[in-house]
Design a protein around this ligand. Structure first.
Ligand SMILES: C[S@@+](CC[C@H](N)C(=O)[O-])C[C@H]1O[C@@H](n2cnc3c(N)ncnc32)[C@H](O)[C@@H]1O
Length: 266
């Protein structure tokens, strides 16, 4: 018996974002593991296959997410190794800010067991639509908020800066469900080295249920410290500077005398 794993995403809004291929994988699986944003979404996915199991019980207050994610990965790998046709269904895109899917697929490929991922609609996709941001206009940089704080990362203030998991920003223990004002204040201090205090930032929460309201709250960077931040909040920081022309490169390109150059820079 040869087992397999397919990681699929069901999108962010219940019922609205799932692709036909992801739905079909869920319906035809021997076993479906679910990691969803809430109980409603989980019940909806569970209605597609009688053999669904939630991965939520692996989480525990005070338990390091490192161990949680490793245990989830091991569960997926051993189910596929046992010969089952396994589907791991995640909310959003299964491979966006989600390490379990990547780790399980890599491990199974190493073991010569078929494993793959289908794309889904992530919070990032919703954000472009709901906030009318085109990442092609001046660029978009995405960082996980804690990683952005714990490592020296470069920022281009002419691009949009998107910080994920801002509700647990600065959680070195990897075991909290939210970090408080003291932690957010340190993030704000870091951001103030790039952006003015009155720079407008956006707290974004896409709709998870067709009936719920999305959150698009525009506040001053300074007010971020006391803002309500949840596990679903993504922080969007619009550019505060203009694109700077690279004249040296423009000259080099001009010398190539490429007729399409003029169209490119217009
Ligand atoms: C572990 S990541 C999972 C992302 C998910 N795989 C996806 O494709 O969107 C969790 C983070 O995604 C973002 N996120 C999740 N749900 C969201 C929502 N409804 N609206 C905005 N951002 C969301 C938040 O930054 C949150 O902290």
């Amino acid at each position: 018996m040869s087992g397999s794993l397919v990681c699929v995403g069901v999108g962010i809004t219940l019922g609205a974002h799932i692709s036909p291929i992801s739905r079909s994988h869920i319906e035809q699986a021997d076993k479906v593991y679910m990691l969803m944003s809430d109980g409603f979404v989980e019940s909806w996915v569970a209605s597609m296959n009688d053999n669904c199991e939630s991965l939520q019980p692996y989480y525990d207050e005070g338990k390091s997410r490192h161990s949680t994610y490793q245990e989830m990965t091991d569960e997926l790998v051993s189910a596929a190794q046992s010969g089952l046709k396994v589907v791991a269904a995640f909310y959003g895109h299964p491979g966006v800010f989600a390490c379990v899917s990547h780790k399980a697929i890599a491990k199974l490929i190493e073991l010569d067991i078929p494993a793959k991922m289908e794309a889904g609609i992530s919070a990032e996709d919703c954000l472009y639509a709901d906030l009318a941001i085109d990442p092609g206009k001046s660029g978009c940089i995405h960082y996980e908020a804690s990683q952005f704080m714990l490592y020296k990362r470069a920022i281009d203030t002419a691009a949009h800066l998107i910080l994920w998991q801002v509700g647990v920003a600065g959680d070195v223990s990897l075991s909290k469900y939210s970090t408080g004002e003291d932690y957010t204040q340190i993030l704000v201090e870091l951001l103030l080295t790039y952006y003015p205090a009155d720079h407008e930032v956006i707290l974004y929460e896409a709709r998870t249920l067709p009936t719920s309201k999305m959150r698009i709250e525009k506040i001053d960077l300074n007010s971020l410290t006391s803002a309500r931040l949840s596990m679903q909040t993504t922080l969007v920081i619009p550019p505060c500077t203009k694109l700077m022309p690279n004249n040296e490169l423009r000259e080099k390109l001009k010398k190539l005398d490429n007729p399409s150059f003029l169209t490119l820079v217009q």
